[in-house]
Design a protein around this ligand. Structure first.
Ligand SMILES: Nc1ncnc2c1ncn2[C@@H]1O[C@H](COP(=O)(O)OP(=O)(O)OP(=O)(O)O)[C@@H](O)[C@H]1O
Ligand SMILES: [Mg+2]
Length: 229
């Protein structure tokens, strides 16, 4: 079986600042469908850079990234947008919710881009919000929600197009420990349903809830424990 995610010798150099920064250096690993992986490492070690590449939000300077058997290098912008929309659900530390609109409309948004009809969008969004325990907050806007609730809306939104991969960058970074554990419970459930979960964290107790931990330091993988095979 081909791995869901196949990263081979990826290097990422940022040329934007005063000096070039090598954020990732010859990184290689595979992730199988259905894995639950935590990527850990200190600040500046390259975690977000890696997540942006895995999520097709950015491209590596060199090396190959094959997602579900397809080489990202050979995809045009439309194909990349399509992968981002259909295959991958993103959860960001800062939630990235639209502040002036309701929970349900936030969850509907990716479904608009995916061309899902309105009635189905609302039905699905409602179901997703109920599944993360927000059935009574469908019409609240983000400023009427707690941090943990906002993150749950963001998770519901990430699931809206039924992606096979959930990529989460510090999904519990802004949360108290009880809320963090509730968020991790939701990821557990999604993983049990067959979703592949990849989350970035620098909190040890969060990483421990994943089945596999990839440690990264100075842009290199220094440890990889709990791999499926
Ligand atoms: N757009 C950019 N332009 C230039 N340098 C960047 C850019 N983004 C990140 N970097 C640099 O690349 C390195 C890795 O950054 P990255 O954001 O991947 O780290 P991180 O592990 O996610 O850190 P944190 O835990 O603080 O979020 C850092 O040295 C950072 O300064
Ligand atoms: Mg980061």
């Amino acid at each position: 079986m081909i791995p869901l995610i196949d990263v081979k010798g990826i290097t990422k150099i940022y040329n934007g600042g005063e000096i070039a920064t090598k954020a990732l250096s010859d990184v290689s690993f595979e992730i199988e469908k259905g894995e639950f992986v935590a990527i850990v490492g200190p600040s500046g070690s390259g975690k977000s850079t890696l997540m942006h590449i895995l999520g097709c939000l950015d491209i590596p300077t060199s090396g190959t990234y094959i997602i579900n058997g397809r080489n990202v290098e050979n995809m045009n912008d439309d194909e990349l947008a399509n992968i981002r929309n259909k295959e991958i659900g993103f959860v960001f530390q800062a939630y990235n919710l639209l502040s002036r609109t309701t929970s349900i409309k936030n969850v509907c948004l990716p479904m608009i881009y995916a061309g899902i009809p309105k009635t189905e969008r609302y039905e699905r969004a409602k179901k997703l919000l109920i599944s993360v325990g927000l059935g009574n907050k469908l019409f609240n806007s983000p400023n009427q929600l707690s941090g943990g609730e906002k993150q749950r809306v963001a998770i519901a939104r990430s699931m809206a197009t039924e992606p096979s991969i959930i990529l989460a960058d510090e999904p519990t970074g802004n949360l108290a420990s009880k809320q963090s554990m509730e968020i991790m419970d939701i990821f557990d459930e999604l993983n049990i349903k067959g979703n592949t979960i990849i989350l970035i964290t620098h909190e040890e107790n969060i990483a421990k809830r994943a089945k596999r931990i990839i440690s990264i330091m100075d842009g290199k993988i220094v440890n990889d424990t709990g791999r499926l095979n």
